[in-house]
Design a protein around this ligand. Structure first.
Ligand code: UDP
Length: 473
């Protein structure tokens, strides 16, 4: 008998490292299960070049770094009048790429499923028209999903805006109470276009066949339970939620390259170094860089610090910037005085590997979800300094629910003071509270490893999801 050919799973990725990297890791899991997979990635049109300048090289770079994964670059859509709002511009490009995605799906002999990044959910019609079942791959927290899935109901049954509520607590099923001011900017004002776009996306999630979430059950047990109980979407069934993570990069070490900072870490005592890195886009002001430097110095602890050039306009943090001039940005003599204590990297560090290194004892993070997963799986306590997108919400999850970190007070003001930097670094690296955090994180690390091991919760969830797909003709 002739073997039946396997059908292809198509992954449609959003733009930016935080969306592409988890998609690549998901593709690897399909390939490990012998399922043909291809990542369809959008291309930014020239008219949107300014907003996309920071991320437009990510696709080709990530594709080149993963030669075993098939990528299909979809052509740039026509977009003659780009939206002035950068976030809406991204969503427009993803939506306008829908017809090319549909043409691509139709060109394939047989598609088992279309897996969409949340920001690509406007392409649900492409799945329907091509006859492929659609799934969402959620690259943020299950707790974030629980809050946002509940929001259409929340807004339908309440009045007023989060923006007028200050720090008043808002309650959603399965997650700790959230100060209104920690909710993402995009949903603070019902009259805003970002609100309409975001709430519209979440209102469509119940239309998909299932949601894959890059998390593990132990880390977010309460939120996962609320999602499964249907508590987040009161009047419609919630699609099955499969927690398949943590899917995180293994790093370049496997390919034999080793960054100089890892050799530097080799020479430091165990759990002695605080690692400071604010994601792929995060950056702070020049005054803030100096305050961090003073705080680190007075803490007396070792540090590995990724420094970026401050954005000229803080609202345009996503635009590309030249490498930082450290002599001008850091306090006079800082580098010389700390030559034995610290290392400063310009722009980028191999974060996942740094976090896994035995010398790393604390992580000052902007609370992007990939960063949180990488820290939790490496057992490193977090100093939470949220900056944009859903990071303030993630900060609440890390501190109040996971008990995996502390807040950098002042994150929502103009400056986090040097004294606060010193205090929190000392708290995590020296105090009894820090010791408790380490114990909790040791457990998070163990449970992350268990989840992705044979018969672990995430492996089992992925196998269940595969059973849903008709993988052979
Ligand atoms: N990252 C890195 N080196 C850096 C900055 C970021 O390797 O200097 C990686 C980090 O390990 C993570 C991703 O970029 O995998 C950032 O994703 P996250 O969701 O944390 O934040 P985003 O950049 O999307 O805001």
């Amino acid at each position: 008998m002739e073997a039946t050919p396997n059908r292809t799973v198509v992954l449609f990725a959003g733009l930016g490292v935080g969306h592409l990297t988890p998609m690549v890791e998901l593709a690897k899991i399909f390939l490990r299960h012998g399922v043909p997979v291809v990542i369809a990635i959008p291309t930014a049109p020239p008219s949107a070049a300014t907003v996309f300048a920071a991320t437009s090289s990510d696709g080709p770079r990530i594709a080149a770094a993963n030669p075993s994964i098939p990528f299909h670059h979809l052509p740039p859509p026509d977009y003659p009048t780009p939206d002035p709002n950068p976030f809406l511009q991204v969503l427009d490009v993803l939506r306008l790429t829908g017809p090319s995605l549909l043409a691509y799906l139709r060109s394939l002999p047989s598609v088992a499923a279309l897996v969409l990044d949340l920001f690509c959910i406007d392409s649900l019609h492409a799945a329907a028209q091509s006859g492929a079942p659609a799934y969402v791959y959620y690259t943020s927290a299950a707790a974030d999903l629980a809050a946002f899935l509940h929001m259409p109901h929340h807004f339908a049954t309440t009045e007023g805006d989060f923006k007028d509520m200050g720090k008043a607590l808002v309650r959603f099923p399965g997650i700790p109470p959230i100060p209104a001011s920690d909710l993402p900017q995009s949903v603070l004002d019902r009259a805003s276009r970002t609100y309409t776009a975001r709430i519209g996306h979440y209102a469509r999630i119940p239309d998909v066949q299932g949601v894959l979430v890059n998390t593990y059950e132990w880390l977010e047990a309460r939120a996962v339970q609320a999602l499964r109980d249907g508590a987040c979407v009161p009047h419609r069934p919630t699609p099955p939620v499969h927690c398949i993570g943590p899917l995180i990069v293994k790093g370049a070490a496997a390919e034999g390259e080793r960054h100089a900072c890892l050799s530097w870490l080799d020479a430091q005592p165990e759990r002695s170094v605080v690692f400071i890195c604010f994601g792929s886009l995060g950056a702070v002001s020049a005054a803030q860089l100096k305050a961090i430097a003073h705080g680190l110095e007075s803490s007396g602890h070792r540090f590995l610090w990724v420094v970026r050039t401050p954005p000229a306009d803080p609202a345009k943090f996503f635009l590309p910037r030249p490498p930082p001039d450290l002599d001008a940005l850091l306090p006079e003599g800082f580098m010389e005085r700390n030559v034995d204590k610290g290392m400063v990297l310009k722009m980028w560090a191999p974060q996942a590997e740094v976090l896994r290194h035995a010398a790393t004892g604390a992580f000052m993070t902007h609370c992007g979800w990939n960063s949180i997963l990488e820290a939790a799986s490496a057992g490193v306590p977090m100093l939470c300094w949220p900056q944009y997108a859903e990071q303030r919400l993630n900060k609440v999850f890390v501190v109040d629910e996971m008990k995996a970190g502390v807040v950098m007070e002042g994150y929502d003001e103009e400056l986090v003071k040097a004294e606060e930097v010193e205090k929190k670094v000392r708290l995590v690296l020296e105090s009894e509270e820090g010791e408790k955090l380490r114990e909790r994180l040791a457990m998070a690390k163990e449970k992350a490893a268990e989840a992705v091991a044979d018969r672990g919760s995430s492996q089992t969830a992925f196998a269940e999801f595969l059973k849903d797909l008709k993988l052979t003709e």
